[in-house]
Write a protein that binds this ligand. Sequence first.
Ligand code: ACM
Length: 774
Amino acid sequence: MNTFRGYLFLLLLPPFLSGCLNDKVIINKEAARSIIPKPVSLEMGSGSFSLSPQTVVYAPDSLGEIASYLVKTLLNPIGEELSIQPMGPGNSPSGILLDTRTDLGEEAYNLSITSEQVHISGGSQKGIFYGIQSLRQILPTLIQHSAPQAYELPVLEIQDEPRYPYRGLHLDVSRHFFPVDFIKRFIDLLAFHKLNVFHWHLTDDQGWRLEIKQYPKLTEIGAYREETLVGHYRDQPHKFDGKRYGGFYTQEDVKEVLAYAAERQVTVIPEIELPGHALAAISAYPELACQPGEYKVGTKWGIFEEVFCPTDYTFEFLENVLGEVIDLFPSPYIHIGGDECPKVRWEESAFCQNLLKQEGLSNELELQSYFIKRIEEYVNSRGRRIIGWDEILEGGLAPNATVMSWQGITGGIEAAEQGHDVVMTPTSHVYLDYYQGDPENEPLAIGGNLPLEKVYAYEPTPEELDEKEAQHILGAQANLWTEYIPTGEKAEYMVYPRACALAELVWTPKEGKDFIDFTQRLEYHFSRLDDLGVNYAKTFYNVTALPLPDSANKQLQVELKRNSQQAEIRYTLNDEVPGPESSRYEGPIALDQTQTLKAISFLEGKPVGATLEKTFQVSLATAGIPKLKNMPSEKYNAGPFVLTDGVVGTDIFNDLWYGFDGEDFEATIDLGEETPIKRLGFGVLHTPFAWIFYPSQVEISISQDGENFESVFSAEDPKATVEGTPIKRKEHAVTLEGKSARFVRFFAKNTIIPTWHGGSGRNSWLFVDEIYVE
Ligand code: ACM
């Protein structure tokens, strides 16, 4: 059912006035105030404009296409097509007026609603398109009607233009394939949020998804894999579903998508991955590899060592492929990948080693750069520019390349300093395949932690750049890699509402950004997404618990938070599921013993979002500040209370843990006075794929004076280096009788990484959390 949340209904008009209309809907001011992304300026007036099926759209002939788009778009809320009439210069009839103004930037628009007119002026069709999107957001976004519908629109004035020219959203269709209808919906939704680039990641190890006429085997063979990995890549041993999987887009499909995108002012940038992530292409044409062999399309995730060999055959192949891509896609940019290219096959290849000598290249990084430069030459010769992931900086950047900075922001800074254009897409802030909430309450994701507020807080222009260099930051893009996203439904879940935050950070002026204000508008915006049937995440309503250790009073308080401004939180400490009558959260909750806290958001008396369930471990150590012999690595050091904040690290390594890079752990806690002790313990983690190993030895000691320690527990861990030991938190603990002490020392010894592991011989990472003293 469509929801009319946020709209007010007028009583029926007399039949002779309303024709076949049912009731008339008054659009309230909140609808206009809740536009996402937030416009540069919005002024509400008084009075209203009557929009009905009889309203006429006036536009000069040159704006015929965008006028048709408007009429098609308004069909949803109005239920009938408005008529379009030409508008000569100097005319100002009552109705919807479209025109261009030379004093506005290309993507800028003014939307002026008076009692007589809805007037959209744009710097170009693009600007008018964005004015239409604002109008589309002010109106309901309904899809179905039982009868035509009329509206009263509030009088207002919007002046608006984007902060950045590049506002992108990426979709990987290789790891999972998404049909044309979904791609169109994905594009419509991004345009609805005033994003303007769809980055289509068409090829990768696990599937080639674009028909290339000269190389039919790319899709006959390369578009299908024998089976697909089940569960997470880190789950060992790997399991497969045994089902053939694949699909591809014909060139006719692509033309359909491109026409749809063009109507929405969206540039589609195709990506053809090279020289790495090429296994699907190599499986179709093994001549592309450095070694002869039988290659198969990838069935699991990760990075493969089979990459394009820089032979004349490969360059001819790639130029032919890119030639067809350029014929098909009008985008000024062609994305050539460039990321994660292992060099082992080049190192082993006599041909490559010879090529190094011949071209005077000193190593394989320079060979990669040679590869990209040759491709750039071809793409430039066809009148287009290349864009690539930030590894294209290694070994020297191709002369005209634009860089997509994904491994953090340093690649972007370096490229801008060298005078190259940059699109910022750092994993830390815009990787939408990362978790958006507590993994316990979220569907399987690749990992990471990227809540809505972190996306919103992102600032694409690095502070390190001076004004001139900053001009090279074209904008930002969020990426959706789909290893763990097999359906369109899940893709929408991962993208929305985080793409709403992305839209605002690339469109709205920096001074206009305000997270609380954004969440209020977003809560209204959800009714639009509901109407469009978008499967956005409800994580917005989930409660998160933030420990507030108070070391002066040795007390732990817990603060509860949620993004929603409207929802209230109800909680329990007695293991019961919170209901509408449970305690209402008013402020931080003090915990003086180990307790399980459960909390849920309630909206209009009904629970929304997932239930928070967290056990806080409270002991004599809680809220203390332990003295550390070695400091944890900066990446895994979330402050002095990590070991004593009551939050026990889970089986997933993240900032709940202290992580030591190649060093031992030793922490001493001072209880303030001699205290009877019954039990002592601490937790360690094992995650070999991240080079985290259990300690080889642990020890717990106690002392009265902080100098002379008595060992009360010591153990060796034979599992630390055994292959196949599961990823798991393990607790080392000891029960004591008749002991008392003022100081307790916890120790864990770092392991040498065993021979079966890729990091063999190096000191491991050591992860520790939480310590307790009872
Ligand atoms: C990337 O995420 N490998 C660009």
